[in-house]
Design a protein around this ligand. Structure first.
Ligand code: AMP
Length: 479
């Protein structure tokens, strides 16, 4: 099927061509025709399937002939990154149609978003919390919304947003078209769909979520404390110019980014403690090639859409199979190919098995050739919580000491005390005060971890499994 067979306007077809979309993806082929007829849609669409255009193209088609200045479509998405991504996709597709959109999310000023409501942009793409913040004010009106999209509904459920979503639904006209997209369809999402969709056309409902088909999955067994060095070795050998890597925690993301930066690898980071401006800069810099590596936590995984991203590295095995699918879905977007490496330490094997069961295949185990698995790292990636707390306490003590000394000095000079009371604004060494290095001398020991690794090595070298050099996967037949 080609896009011209879908009843889309010439302007929209031109936009699709400009984007380089040659033919509709399977979800687009199935869902766009009923969506254009105004039917409700319930789609179990995996990430990277082209689901954004699946709802944006029919929205654009509907809005094209109508006067501007009224918000007629609302897209609700779980994360800032995803909302920004959808808004960008809309901008790219809208071209000369004159259709406007705005992303509404937290962590940035309300003012420009208020202006978007007041201007009546055609499409509002919002995260639930910030949208509800605006809905307290009279300028925020959704009473002309004709199309409502709930994107990545299962993620909204995971993040505890369903009550907010229901509150938002109550503010949108009952007579509307609703499209719900979700990687999986757990019970609560099915109930939500029952409550708010009318005779939806449903797709892939029976299907388990699965990663895009063009991804080559490989697991790399490695002792936990060698992971950062292994990543460095992978980066040296990998052909992919940009590499996205996921850690389990914000702390580990920071530590890994610091480690890579110290070794001259241009690295950006995205996680929940970064401001929106920092996240935007990190993603833009990564896309523009200013950073070779982007270190991210799961919360940021959904919205990251980088064209031609060849390699995703799971620095830590994700807790949930769903997170694995979303992480690796950042590569091989829309039918392309890409590699997904998963670093697995001994204590993460159980979680990797759960992922293998979920995706229905076992990941081949490989070792990185030339990498010294017996190496003893000089520093720990993760500073134990107790040590971190002790470091924070000692820093606070120093700050209090400085404040006290300043106060005494001011009193001695007859100056009034400083208001606010907080001290420690002087440029003392704030970062890296955790004293992370712990070099322990002595001979190299081969602990139980190494026996496990040898077993993994033996498994990796079983006949019938070839080791492939790093980089792009070999061309596969039929692709
Ligand atoms: P999504 O699943 O909406 O996040 O889309 C994943 C990626 O696929 C985005 O980079 C889109 O620009 C791209 N894409 C969407 N539809 C098509 C298509 N029909 N052909 C090629 N790429 C597409």
């Amino acid at each position: 099927m080609s896009f011209t067979e879908l009843a889309l306007s010439p302007e929209i077809l031109a936009a699709v061509e400009r984007m380089g979309f040659e033919q509709p993806t399977p979800i687009q082929e199935k869902a766009i025709p009923p969506a254009l007829q105004g039917q409700d849609i319930l789609a179990a669409a995996m990430t990277g399937s082209g689901k954004t255009a699946t709802f944006l193209l029919p929205i654009m088609q509907r809005l094209q002939g109508k006067p501007r200045g009224t918000t007629r479509a609302l897209v609700v998405a779980p994360t800032r990154e995803l909302a920004a991504q959808i808004a960008e996709h809309l901008r790219e597709l809208a071209g000369r149609t004159g259709i406007t959109g705005a992303a509404i999310y937290g962590g940035v000023a309300m003012g420009p978003q208020e202006q978007a409501f007041r201007r009546g942009v055609d499409v509002i793409i919002a995260t639930p919390g910030r949208l509800l913040d605006h809905l307290q004010y009279p300028y925020a009106k959704l009473n002309s919304v004709e199309v409502l999209v709930l994107d990545e509904a299962d993620r909204m459920l995971d993040m505890g947003f369903l009550p907010d979503v229901r509150r938002i639904l109550a503010r949108v006209p009952a007579k509307r078209q609703t499209m719900l997209f979700s990687a999986t369809l757990p019970e609560q999402i099915v109930t939500l769909a029952d409550d708010f969709l009318r005779n939806p056309v449903a797709f892939n409902v029976e299907r388990k979520s699965a990663p895009a088909s063009g991804i080559t999955h490989t697991a790399y067994p490695v002792p936990q404390d060698l992971k950062s060095h292994l990543l460095l070795a992978v980066l040296k050998q990998a052909a992919s110019p940009n590499v996205l890597t996921f850690t389990r925690t914000k702390h580990r993301a920071n530590r890994l980014a610091d480690f890579l930066e110290r070794r001259g690898v241009a690295t950006a980071r995205i996680h929940g403690n970064r401001s929106q401006a920092q996240r935007t800069e990190a993603l833009a810099g990564f896309k523009a090639g200013r950073y070779r590596v982007l270190v991210a936590t799961d919360i940021a995984a959904r919205g990251i859409d980088v064209e031609e991203l060849g390699l995703v590295v799971n620095f830590d095995v994700p807790h949930l199979p769903e997170d694995y699918i979303h992480r690796v879905g950042r590569t091989a977007r829309a039918e392309a190919t890409g590699d997904a490496y998963t670093f697995v330490s001994r204590d993460e094997e159980g979680e990797l098995h759960a992922i293998e069961r979920h995706i229905g295949k076992s990941l081949p185990r490989r070792l990185v050739e030339g990498f010294n698995y017996e190496k003893r790292p000089e520093e720990k990636l993760e500073v134990p919580l107790a040590e971190r707390i002790a470091a924070i306490r000692s820093r606070k003590r120093e700050e209090r000491g400085r404040a006290q000394a300043n106060a005494e000095r001011r009193t001695a000079q007859g100056l009034p005390p400083r208001s606010g009371g907080s001290a420690g604004t002087g440029g003392g060494p704030r970062r890296n005060s955790t004293g992370s290095t712990s070099r322990s001398g002595g001979a190299q020991r081969v602990g139980p971890g190494m026996a496990w690794l040898r077993q993994a090595n033996a498994d990796a070298s079983r006949p019938g499994e070839t080791r492939r050099p790093f980089g792009r996967p070999p061309a596969r037949a039929g692709r």
